[in-house]
Design a protein around this ligand. Structure first.
Ligand code: DQA
Length: 146
């Protein structure tokens, strides 16, 4: 059976392309979705790609993944640094999860250095722009093979 991967994007990531391009680059979320689509198809994975500015919608997406996905890639945006609820949801569904960030959050403001996601992720990839998502999908593929 082919695997299915959920890629979740949190608040403000819909603005990629125009949002602080000196930090996040010029790649749009639509571009990232296309890149994820082709990377997933290289691995034989189905892709479900979600973005929301609302924490509850992100929680609902994680909950529904329990039934229909095999792994999660999550860029929770600013909720990374605030959301116990996202931490709890990822822990509750128990799917392998890779945390991604476009920017290197550790080279930025101190409030970005703590993540509520990292402790429930199998690993963290940050600082490689849109390529962070590709590396995360490859990491999941590798994890599935173990
Ligand atoms: C981000 C980093 C977060 O600190 C920030 O709030 C974002 C984007 C990233 O992809 O680099 O919204 O998750």
């Amino acid at each position: 059976m082919g695997k299915s991967v959920l890629v979740i994007n949190g608040p403000n990531l819909n603005l990629l392309g125009t949002r602080e391009p000196e930090i996040y680059g010029h790649t749009t979320l639509k571009d990232i979705e296309g890149l994820c689509e082709s990377r997933c198809s290289n691995h034989g994975f189905d892709l479900r790609f979600v973005q929301s500015n609302h924490e509850g919608e992100l929680l609902d997406a994680i909950h529904s993944a329990a039934k229909s996905q095999d792994g999660i890639v999550i860029n929770a945006g600013a909720f990374t640094h605030t959301s116990v609820a996202l931490h709890d949801a990822l822990k509750a569904v128990g799917l392998p999860c890779v945390e991604v960030h476009l920017s290197n959050t550790f080279a930025r403001e101190e409030f970005r250095h703590h993540s509520f996601i990292s402790a429930v992720a199998i690993g963290v990839i940050c600082g490689f722009g849109a390529n962070s998502y590709m590396l995360a999908i490859d990491a999941l593929a590798n994890y599935f093979e173990q």
